[in-house]
Design a binder for this molecule. Structure first.
Ligand code: NAD
Length: 354
């Protein structure tokens, strides 16, 4: 992974792994010098807010259990208002990317430090990136102020993630690593993290599917999520993320499932231009071709394989190819409309990439 020229920058983040590491939350709050925590969850995970309030004891100053998808600005402002009114001096976000996103949005507005306890593999906790929606428009910013200071990875908390979500969330994470391998601003460290993150999912995801409560396997998938999220936080993404953004934004397809369907096709597309950079993917997943290797792994994991199963109409394919090529962006292989239309047709039908 050596390059003659590169810039590497790692965030100053404290990361702890371990079963039951959530029981150390009060110590982590004390170490920050904080005394009044606002605990954040989605409505579906409100019981987690209660559990964390108990773990924080008299450091729990309040709970906000209204985190929702896409971080709408109105919700962030309401939660920020609560943080200010209770005099919170630290945020504790327990959940997936939506809850982490809310914590980041409050941190952006208040400068409060964040402790994140992830319960999915999305990886947002490891990035300085925040996506927000206002009037139906999603914008993304990268700002060091939104990078969480402390991450507690507790395998017990992710063990409740249903198997179907486990699989799509894992492939969503793997997409950050796979695209990181050819990023223009990659460093030897981000490539090492990407390969190790993919390896961790290859080894541990089948064990998690076979036994969702296997905490050793869950811990290893969380380790993969941390590595893949760290890659996303440090390098730029390309075709795969652009396509998923188009399909999610313009056709309202579900986020993680769309990632799962598109990844093998986007990687196969780019493998034609940078086969040597994607060779580790082929090697890890045991096929001569990295796109086919990922397609087989997705199929064997029971992931969705076809855009038509996610609600995309065949008549939408032309428009999807049009939108995805409208604004140029960097990709290792030129993004051509006809080639992209063929990619989308194969992904729509659920076929393996060429
Ligand atoms: P999510 O946070 O929206 O969670 C989906 C649902 O699953 C929620 O109802 C949640 O409460 C529930 N859930 C979460 N963990 C659970 C568990 N262990 N057991 C049972 N239920 C659980 O989903 P996500 O995929 O983690 O996050 C997606 C969002 O994160 C998207 O909006 C995406 O854009 C964003 N994201 C941002 C970044 C970044 O760097 N900014 C990175 C990745 C994802």
């Amino acid at each position: 992974f050596f390059r003659e020229e590169f810039t590497a920058q790692s965030p100053a983040v404290r990361v702890r792994f371990g079963r039951n590491v959530r029981n150390s939350i009060a110590d982590e709050i004390d170490a920050l010098g904080a005394r009044r925590a606002l605990i954040l969850t989605t409505p579906q995970q409100a019981d987690m807010a209660e559990e964390f309030a108990a773990l924080c004891g008299d450091r729990a100053a309040g709970r906000f259990t209204g985190a929702v998808m896409h971080t709408p600005v109105e919700v962030s402002e309401q939660a920020t208002e609560q943080a200010r009114s209770i005099g919170a001096d630290v945020l504790v976000a327990v959940g997936g990317g939506s809850t982490t996103g809310l914590g980041k949005a409050i941190a952006l507005r208040t400068g409060l430090p964040q402790i994140v306890v992830p319960t999915t593999y999305a990886g947002s906790e490891a990035t300085p990136i925040l996506g927000q929606t206002e009037n139906g428009l999603k914008t993304t910013i990268t700002d060091r102020r939104v990078q969480p200071e402390i991450i507690l990875y507790d395998a017990e908390l992710v063990a409740t993630l249903p198997v179907a979500m486990t699989v799509t969330s894992a492939i969503n994470a793997m997409a950050h690593a796979a695209e990181g391998l050819y990023a223009r601003d990659r460093s030897p460290l981000t490539s090492l993290m990407a390969v190790e993150g993919l390896r961790a999912f290859r080894d541990a995801l089948p064990r998690v599917i076979a036994a969702p409560g296997d905490l050793a396997a869950r811990g290893e998938t969380l380790y993969g999520a941390w590595l893949c999220g760290s890659v996303l936080g440090q390098v730029g993404m390309a075709l795969h993320h652009k396509l998923c953004h188009t399909l999610g934004g313009s056709f309202d397809l579900p986020h993680a499932e769309t990632h799962a369907v598109i990844l093998p096709h986007a990687i196969a597309y780019n493998a034609q231009a940078v086969p040597e950079l994607l060779a580790p993917v082929a090697e890890i997943f045991g096929d001569a071709d990295p796109g086919r290797a990922l397609h087989r792994f997705a199929r064997e994991s029971g992931a969705p394989l076809a855009l038509r199963d996610l609600g995309l109409k065949e008549t939408d394919l032309d428009r999807a190819a049009e939108i995805a090529t409208r604004n140029p962006y960097w990709n290792p292989r030129p993004v051509e409309r006809d080639a992209l239309r063929r990619l989308l047709a194969a992904a729509w039908a659920g076929e393996a990439p060429d």
